[in-house]
Design a protein around this ligand. Structure first.
Ligand code: ADP
Ligand code: MG
Length: 237
């Protein structure tokens, strides 16, 4: 599903944090929103997911204006850095939750949860609670829960920030594998350039509520168009 932001504007208490942003994410693409802390990455993601309403402009999924469509009806999966799993529920119940809300049948729930658990390689741990899982496994459960309703769009907000270095490396390639296997359109919010570069088809560099440059990782490093981009990227890893 193609995502398009047209003059997207967001204000908090009379302060404009995003001013007429334009952005297009191609169907099946994984795009990184990369920039320093406070530049507006999460705000942009929350607007696309429908969790935040926008103060100006439009958000399109395909040709459809979803600006006024509530979050639950946007067909979007979101993964946050703190996983936000329910601690008293098993992995199975956590993944099943979005289907329960939709009153799916027992059989359907069972089938869908097992299918998605296999995709994210968590099928052996479905009867464990989050406290009995490692950080990486918890993140896999969160990913499965975001995917179980087969969303058209998958949004990640710093999904690897809470993982140790080894798990971070492993989950980088896992998230990319799952995105490519499902062909889902995805946006990855991160302040980590290596993450953006290794996981995404294109990178949009943000600063102070604006997109400064959008390019493939290679072109971005070869040809930074502003001092800011050159400075932010530093030396390529
Ligand atoms: P990032 O995710 O890039 O670190 P955010 O999108 O969280 O940045 O924040 C962008 C700006 O908007 C920051 O100046 C932040 O303080 C402000 N902001 C974010 N959320 C709120 C809120 N709920 N109320 C007021 N200001 C906010
Ligand atoms: Mg943020």
């Amino acid at each position: 599903m193609r995502i398009k932001l047209e003059n997207f504007t967001k204000t908090f208490d009379h302060t404009t944090v995003i001013d007429k942003m334009n952005l297009e994410v191609n169907d099946g693409e994984m795009l990184a929103l990369l920039g320093p802390s406070g530049c507006g990455k999460s705000t942009t993601l929350l607007a696309i997911s429908g969790i935040h309403r926008i103060n100006g402009g439009r958000i399109l999924f395909g040709d459809k204006d979803v600006s006024g469509v509530p979050s639950q009806k946007r067909n979007v999966g979101v993964v946050f850095q703190n996983y936000a799993l329910y601690p008293h529920m098993t992995a199975f119940e956590n993944i099943a939750f979005p289907l329960e809300v939709r009153h799916a049948s027992r059989d359907e729930i069972d089938r869908e949860v097992r299918q998605i658990a296999e995709l994210v390689h968590i099928d052996r741990y479905l009867d464990r609670r989050p406290g009995q899982l490692s950080g990486g496994q918890q993140q896999r459960v969160a990913l499965a829960r975001a995917l179980v309703r087969k969303p058209a769009v998958l949004l990640f907000d710093e999904p690897l920030a809470n993982l140790d270095a080894k798990l971070r490396l492993e989950m980088r390639s896992e998230i990319r594998r799952i995105q490519m296997e499902t062909g889902i359109t995805a946006i990855l919010v991160t302040h980590d350039q290596v993450e953006a570069m290794s996981m995404c088809d294109r990178i949009a560099i943000m600063n102070e509520g604006q997109i400064i440059q959008i390019d493939t990782p290679t072109d971005m490093y070869r040809n930074p168009k502003t001092q800011f981009v050159a400075g932010f990227l530093g030396n390529p890893p």
